[in-house]
Design a protein around this ligand. Structure first.
Ligand SMILES: Nc1ncnc2c1ncn2[C@@H]1O[C@H](COP(=O)(O)OP(=O)(O)OP(=O)(O)O)[C@@H](O)[C@H]1O
Ligand SMILES: [Mg+2]
Length: 257
């Protein structure tokens, strides 16, 4: 399998602060990998380097065997904030990334309409963000991200600000979209259940300076349904393992709650 993302001996310093310390990991093409780790351990920094937003200081980073560069069409980025433009309706927001990339209007509208329908927003194409609920806005952002049709997707806590129920719906939706069209996904979350339910592997980082303390395979069958998994004993074993490794990285053995 070819390599979707490769990070080798990445070290990041912000002035005197060592933020990321000698981190290496690879994602095969089409693999779904999550990173979990305490706040400030460098997760967002790693994504920012992959997008070319922050230059690589030490180590090597490649996406599809090329160095990161800003505006790389191979990469789509999704954040916890939906970043929708208030003066554009759902259709034009979903098509916004494509517009920046120069996709023609007819193609944009057809792809945006298709993705909006798939995320459950058919009939809301002409609504503005202020008329949409938080979960609907994040669905629209998910549609915009998938519209880009980029082989690599970087997601920084995309469902972090949603209520538990909406979050589960969107997790299932993301898995469905990903299954239909495999992309390499690097997914950051603080929710360990989410990480295990979605991923092929979960990478656990330590508190700052961020180091990798574990890279745990999740050999659960697909297709998966997030809610059903919560009762699966194999899922629960892996979840407990991720928790234990995370605690190791915190340098304490405090309770999991
Ligand atoms: N532009 C910057 N200038 C200075 N320090 C920075 C900068 N960006 C990040 N840092 C520092 O690097 C460390 C890692 O930050 P980062 O945002 O990557 O953490 P994170 O793992 O994403 O945390 P969270 O889970 O809270 O989002 C932090 O100590 C942060 O203060
Ligand atoms: Mg972050």
């Amino acid at each position: 399998m070819s390599t979707g993302i490769s990070i080798s001996r990445l070290t990041v310093r912000f002035g005197p602060v060592l933020a990321v310390d000698n981190v290496s990991f690879d994602l095969a093409d089409g693999e779904f990998v999550s990173i979990v780790g305490p706040s400030g351990c460098g997760k967002t920094t790693i994504l920012n380097m992959l997008t070319g937003l922050v230059p690589v200081q030490e180590g090597e980073v490649t996406l599809l065997n090329k160095p990161p560069s800003m505006g790389n069409p191979d990469v789509a980025y999704m954040l916890a904030r939906d970043c929708l433009l208030p003066w554009r309706d759902a259709m034009d927001n979903a098509g916004y990334g494509m517009e920046i990339r120069g996709v023609g209007e007819a193609e944009r509208r057809s792809r945006a309409a298709d993705l909006l329908a798939r995320v459950g927003l058919a009939g809301f194409e002409n609504k503005y963000p202020k008329h949409l609920s938080h979960g609907m806005r994040q669905r629209c952002a998910l549609a915009r991200t998938f519209c880009l049709d980029s082989p690599v997707m970087l997601m920084d806590e995309p469902f972090g600000a949603l209520d538990a129920q909406t979050k589960m719906q969107l997790e299932d939706l993301l898995l469905e979209l990903w299954t239909a069209r495999k992309r390499t996904v690097l997914f950051i979350t603080h929710d360990l259940a989410e990480a295990v339910a979605m991923s092929d592997r979960v990478i656990v980082m330590s508190a700052r300076p961020g180091r990798i303390v574990a890279d745990i395979r999740v050999p659960l069958e697909r297709p998966r349904h997030v809610r059903a998994l919560q009762k699966d004993h194999h899922f629960l074993e892996i979840y407990a393992d991720v928790w234990a490794r995370l605690e190791e990285g915190l340098g304490n053995s405090a309770g999991a709650a």
